[in-house]
Design a protein around this ligand. Sequence first.
Ligand SMILES: [Zn+2]
Length: 316
Amino acid sequence: MKFITMCLGALIFLAYPSSNAQTKSQQSTDAQSYFNGEQLLQHIKTLSSDEFEGRQTGTKGGIKAKQYIIEQFQDLDVSPLGDSFEQKFSFESRDKMYQAANVLGLIKGSEFPDSYIVISAHYDHLGISVKESQTDRIYNGADDDASGTSALFSFAEYFKNNPPKHSVILAAFDSEELGLRGSKYFVDHAIVPQEAIMVNLNMDMISRNTKNELYAVGTRYNETLKQLISNFKPSGKVKLLTGHDGKDGKQNWTGSSDHGSFHNKKIPFLYFGVEDHDDYHKATDHYENIHPEFYKATVGLIISVFREIDAIQIKK
Ligand SMILES: [Zn+2]
């Protein structure tokens, strides 16, 4: 979810190489070997297919997405955070009751098991349009946010060979599109103590941008993260920008997705996402419209940022 904007700029089409070419720098070589890029694409394609019916909270498609995530976590040796992978909750919105569930996985830290990094993405989206005149009625939400959800699996894959120092919670939140409900429930009903959460890394819309730009939002609120991101040198083509946090005259994204729930509890966060595009919150947010090479590169980049964060302690 982001704020709806009018896109007035001309759309520039950028050709991405179809080969899985690696750049020469060491960091990039590492980044590519963190996870299987083709597998990542398969996940986003599956989650954004019509079979998942736009993944709206509590619907058949939403439940199917939840099951899919649990299966991937199990296959990737991720443990449930609580008694099960599901953190169920319900709420009322516009006179309708919703039954929802976050999917929460845990990878125990090797050095600081009682300090947590929450890596998150929301798996819900807008469902099916009620307008029967609309030809394409399914809001597939490939970029928003099958892209972030699928990246959780790449992280899990990475952790199999690179156990984290801090404990990591992989959080696939529900009901973000209905007002950050899943993340709000998570921070209000903490399975781990709130003060034990060191930082939230939230991914929402990370799979396409015609200018190869990815934003890291939230550095304004934390000096350590500000230093870390300003010193971070992305190795590939993707440019990592800061801003969109209420100080640069651009849209303020501080509360635009689940990281907002962490920020409200004064937990440091970094939000990774792209500028809105023409298919934002439209039925055309299809798998075919993502930029595969950009997407694989952003996931590698976010894992690289994670590595640096995991190596230090972040004060609130
Ligand atoms: Zn979103």
